[in-house]
Design a protein around this ligand. Structure first.
Ligand code: PGA
Length: 252
């Protein structure tokens, strides 16, 4: 998959069934501009009908928010990448900071989840990002590089074609505080250079790198206009269709 503009919504653990259907119907009716891909990471319970629903409409895709690293077995409450693939879900978020922090998911586990997703034919949206203490110490590039290296660098180059990266500084998630466009650009460019160093510039140039952390209609345009920012992973602002539509229209 070539590098492209992506507006991805992460619904997290929000919306009852009725509310989810209402939001979903509004989003699939949005007139998505040419060259923009829209992804909705709904709660897993809604993915089956959402995946069926989007294909009738066109350029909107769905994503899971997580998957288990094993293909099947005695893992009560879990969902495998293979199951997601079997209901035609094309994407899965891996390593969201809430999974890392609240559910103690470490880099070694995330590397296994990346493999499980790729083996099942899914495209992982790999999330990385530093906490505030690391940002304050000025060590964010080193910190995020390690996350990228540990989760992805065991992969062969061609596999990178199926990966999307989302840089989400933890201090900006759900806080209303956004990284400045320059801070986003600095990190995205560092990630791209790191990928170029390992896999060559063709692969690095082809990968889509999204920014996440309090993206909203008021700041999306400026953030998306940065050279190495290919779109956003949007939490809170993706729960209101009109606002998400403005974000979808923020690519110039
Ligand atoms: P936010 O969440 O847009 O509400 O800050 C982003 C995310 O966690 O993906």
């Amino acid at each position: 998959m070539a590098r492209r503009n992506i507006a991805a919504g992460n619904w997290k653990m929000n919306k009852t069934s009725e509310e989810a259907i209402e939001l979903f119907e509004k989003i699939v009716d949005i007139n998505v501009p040419e060259g923009v891909e829209v992804i909705m990471a709904t709660p897993a319970i809604y993915l089956d009908w959402a995946a069926k629903g989007v294909y009738e409409k066109g350029r909107v895709n769905v994503s899971a928010q997580n998957c288990h690293e094993e293909e099947s077995g005695a893992y009560t409450g879990e969902i495998s990448a293979k199951m997601l693939a079997s209901i035609d879900v094309p994407y899965v978020l891996i390593g969201h900071s809430e999974r890392r922090e609240i559910f103690n998911e470490e880099d070694s586990l995330l590397a296994k989840k990346i493999d499980a997703a790729l083996d099942a034919g899914l495209s992982p949206i790999f999330c990385c990002g530093e906490p505030l203490s690391v940002r304050k110490a000025g060590e964010q590039v080193d910190y995020v590089s390690k996350q990228v290296e540990k989760a992805l660098f065991h992969l062969e180059g061609p596999m990178l074609d199926r990966i999307v990266i989302a840089y989400e500084p933890i201090w900006a998630i759900g806080t209303g505080e956004t990284a400045s466009p320059e801070q986003a650009q600095e990190m995205h460019s560092a990630i791209r250079s790191q990928l170029a160093g390992k896999y060559g510039s063709k692969i690095a140039d082809d990968i889509s790198i999204l920014y996440g952390g309090s993206v909203k209609p008021a700041n999306a345009k400026e953030i998306f206009s940065q050279t190495d920012v290919d779109g956003g992973l949007v939490g809170g602002a993706s729960l209101i269709a009109s606002g998400f539509e403005e974000i979808i229209n923020s690519f110039s």
